[in-house]
Design a protein around this ligand. Structure first.
Ligand code: 0RQ
Length: 502
């Protein structure tokens, strides 16, 4: 560890994860590193879980509130949720055990736009942060921290926490040093200045995170890779969706609505997102730029192939195979990848200025273009809104994609009215399913509804949805027609009968 921790003062604070977990009492707010299965602490959460189990066995309470960048992994959220150690959790989670505890009511989950988290913490909206547990790759001789595979909210957690526990992970390549760009120019209103970035690949900050050395109470060594962020090979539906998007982008360029040099791309997480990136690999676009929150396998492929020149993100979330390529070719990727705090990677000011093309997956859309990204049947939390809202509202183009049906066709992903709304009709420009692409720009609600029904709905549901829309046009106000007593009946039917089909 002395190779990685070159600041002598910290060497005397090296201890085991169990000793460090003893410094985190019941009931405190803990900021952890971690963003989409990358850069999360690997040792402390397990030690916290063990401590929680031991305390509970003695009849004592033990729960902490955990704030991160975004999702972590089974060995972080999973173990703590399994040990009933999580009280409040924000802002995003994909762990199935934690999700179950959220939906059973055990965990108080706060679903937030990812760009909001840091500033809401500085504003004091979230309460006081007692401890930060941050994975880093090392410490320089000057006491600066070399960030890990995700930056997330680490800058803010290090600034606002009373105490800091560092996990120094010696597994990721030390030669990542220099890849990060940590912007320290953010301030609390009314003293805010414009963020001086005009290109997605501008570097505007420092390569290191800062910490007040006096706050560092423990240094724990780990040697472990991030979770294997593996995705299935794009299926036929994902490939069709990707095909529609690429044809659309080519057409927009031909029509002069998209500049010849293309605009930077944000891509959500998942199979469809990776299929779109795979489509870009063989598409006609060159010198692409990525301005996204999570860099996945698909973007690494584009960089390697020379199709994408630079990619900016807040985390690198790769499959094991892609990670090996990243490690083996770290000097190549260090020149082409910029990892920033999520308040910058997702900043609405930058998304708007840079003209980002935003592509995000959804759970369901309604006929008017409202989007549900988070809730199953209106009440159960899936993962959270993540960064989708940061990009969707502010992007130059905003796509929402989904297969037209879920659960073997028993659920239509296009419904009369969304059972929960994350992105309103005003934030949605283009909806794509494997059935087709609905370009909603410049259309009124009724015009949008007809295009969505014609282009995106699965044939099993098309007549049923057309019938709903036609009947809604015979009653009530006619700006956004609905039959309110029927608008959520498809969801109710699924809950009662296990199938939305009439
Ligand atoms: O359920 O896991 O039980 O099989 O939802 O659906 O089709 O596998 O799609 O993995 O791409 O996830 C919106 C959840 C899509 C994700 C969402 C069920 C379906 C399956 C997953 P099973 P798929 P994906 C960047 C941007 C919000 C955050 C975001 C997400 C499961 O993309 O979390 O965009 N987005 N962040 O069966 C009931 C429906 C359903 C449904 C699908 N209509 N009703 N269940 N499912 N449609 C990343 C970050 O911000 C960090």
């Amino acid at each position: 560890i002395a190779d990685r921790v070159r600041y002598p003062e910290f060497l005397s604070r090296v201890m085991t994860a169990e000793e460090a977990a003893a410094l985190i009492p019941h009931g405190v707010n803990v900021g952890m590193s971690g963003f989409t299965g990358a850069g999360y602490p690997k040792a402390l959460p397990q030690a916290i879980a063990a401590r929680a189990k031991a305390e509970h066995a003695q009849g004592k309470p033990y729960k902490i509130n955990v704030w991160t960048g975004a999702s972590t992994a089974a060995e972080c959220d999973g173990v703590m949720a399994e040990a009933h150690a999580l009280g409040q959790r924000l802002p995003f989670n994909t762990d199935p055990i934690a999700r179950k505890a959220v939906n059973s009511g055990e965990i108080d989950f706060i679903d937030m736009h990812l760009s909001h988290v840091a500033q809401h913490a500085w504003f004091g909206f979230l309460g006081h942060m007692n401890v930060a547990v941050i994975e880093v790759l090392g410490v320089t001789a000057d006491g600066l921290l070399i960030p890990s595979t995700a930056v997330g909210n680490n800058k803010t957690w290090l600034e606002i926490a009373d105490k800091v526990i560092l996990e120094v992970n010696t597994k990721p390549p030390a030669r990542m040093e220099g890849m990060h760009d940590i912007y320290y120019g953010t301030a609390i209103p009314p003293r805010r200045m414009p963020i001086n970035m005009t290109h997605a690949d501008d570097r505007i900050g420092d390569a290191y995170l800062k910490v007040d050395p006096a706050k560092v109470v423990a240094v724990v060594e780990t040697h472990k890779g991030d979770r294997d962020n593996v995705f299935a090979t794009p299926d036929e539906n994902s490939q069709r969706i990707a095909g529609y998007i690429i044809d659309f982008l080519v057409h927009e360029m031909k029509m002069g609505r998209l500049p010849k040099e293309m605009l930077p791309i944000q891509s959500g997480v998942g199979n469809v997102a990776n299929a779109v990136l795979a489509g870009l690999l063989t598409g006609p676009f060159e010198n692409l730029l990525g301005f996204t929150e999570v860099l996945q396998d698909g973007m690494l492929d584009l960089l390697r192939a020379g199709k994408m020149s630079k990619a900016s993100a807040t985390s690198i979330s790769l499959s094991a195979a892609a990670y090996k390529d990243f490690e083996d070719n770290i000097d190549f990727y260090r020149e082409r990848i910029i990892l920033r705090p999520q308040e910058i990677s997702n900043h609405p000011e930058l998304v708007r200025r840079l003209g980002i093309i935003a592509m995000n997956s959804m759970i369901e859309a309604d006929i008017y273009g409202n989007i549900n990204s988070t809730h199953v049947m209106g009440t159960g939390m899936m993962n959270g809104i993540g960064g989708s809202g940061d990009f969707a509202r502010n992007g130059y183009l905003s796509f929402f994609v989904t297969p037209s049906v879920a659960k073997d066709g028993k659920i239509s992903c296009i419904v009369p009215m969304c059972s929960h709304v994350d992105h309103t009709e005003h934030d949605t420009q283009i909806i794509v399913t494997e059935q087709g692409l609905a370009d909603l720009r410049g259309l009124s609600p009724k015009q949008r509804a007809q295009v969505i029904i014609d282009q995106c709905v699965h044939p099993d549901y098309r007549a049923q949805l057309q019938d709903y829309f036609d009947r809604s046009r015979q009653q009530g106000a006619q700006h956004t027609p609905h039959i309110l007593t029927e608008a959520l009946s498809w969801h109710q039917r699924f809950m009662d009968k296990g199938d939305m089909r009439a």
